[in-house]
Design a protein around this ligand. Structure first.
Ligand code: ADP
Ligand code: MG
Length: 276
């Protein structure tokens, strides 16, 4: 349906445990994300970022409020393979080549396309991408040379890139990524940001991305959502109105640094709120 957000959270609360020892991981969270937007979550550890992602991915349910993905419950969206997940460390099958790791998921869920078609807000793509398309994505991600290698023969950065290609290859309507680059060195990280932006630019997937890096959040996002702990909540939503593509040059510009300063300032306040 036109106008339906790709993601919507209304009055969401998620509590772990019971009684006095209970942790309110998220409280009164409202968020609406339009299709095709790139949204980052940033905030001190323990402010509920991963919890929010798990709710969106249908791995958990809120104890109050409502979560919708293209207007349907996350579990429904998940069964229709509308949601892709990139975890912090890439879960690749060690005995399969890079290419097989990327093409395999296409083969094991033939019913998903039909389920997706029945959901009005989804992209409703009927056919899974074929092997030539996935090869092309691998080449675009700079993995053409290592397509036939095993994951153990690749660097950490390359493995994470494979996981990203695999997730995009399933053409999810919504891609959620939980600190996917945090284990990588600065250079690898920057090159992966480039690859991610190139893929996102081409496929226009809605992305919900968790990061600890202010620069990364500003560079990648249309919207940066700043969160604070105790209880986990959203304290600020900042629209990043910088032109795209966001190449190297922009990173040195004043307007880029102004956004970094703004996010950092809000983040600092979030820390103080959390400590208070
Ligand atoms: N399965 C769980 N059981 C109990 N407490 C949890 C669980 N998962 C998360 N929490 C708590 O909920 C809060 C938010 O956690 P999390 O979403 O992992 O935060 P973040 O990803 O921002 O670091 C933290 O206080 C954490 O200890
Ligand atoms: Mg986390």
């Amino acid at each position: 349906m036109p106008g339906t957000p790709a993601l919507e959270l209304r009055s969401v609360r998620r509590t772990y445990g019971l009684g006095p020892s209970a942790t309110v991981a998220l409280d009164d969270v409202h968020l609406a994300v339009r299709p095709g937007r790139f949204v980052s979550l940033i905030g001190p550890s323990g402010c509920g970022k991963s919890t929010l992602l798990r709710l969106v991915a249908g791995l958990e349910r809120p104890d109050h409020g409502d979560v919708r993905v293209h207007g349907v419950a996350p579990a429904t969206a998940c069964a229709a393979k509308m949601i892709g997940l990139v975890p912090q460390s890439p879960a690749l099958l060690p005995w399969m080549s890079v290419l097989r790791n990327v093409t395999l998921p296409q083969k094991i869920n033939p019913g998903a396309a039909g389920r997706r078609e029945r959901i009005p807000g989804s992209s409703g793509r009927q056919t899974a991408p074929d092997a030539p398309y996935l090869r092309e994505l691998l080449v675009k991600a700079g993995l053409g040379e290592v397509m036939h290698k095993l994951p153990a023969q690749l660097s950490g950065g390359m493995r994470q890139r494979v996981a990203i290609v695999r997730a995009f290859g399933l053409r999810p309507d919504v891609l959620v990524m939980d600190e996917p680059f945090s284990a990588l060195d600065e250079f690898t990280r920057e090159s992966l940001q480039n690859q991610l932006l190139a893929l996102w630019d081409e496929l226009k997937t809605t992305v919900l991305f968790v990061t600890h890096s202010v620069a990364e959040a500003v560079r990648l996002s249309d919207t940066v959502v700043v969160m604070a702990p105790g209880p986990g909540r959203i304290v600020e939503t900042i629209e990043i109105e910088l032109p795209r593509p966001r190449g190297e040059r922009l990173l040195g510009e004043r307007r880029f640094h102004e956004y970094e300063d703004l996010v950092r300032d809000r983040l600092r306040r979030a820390w103080h709120d959390g400590a208070a």
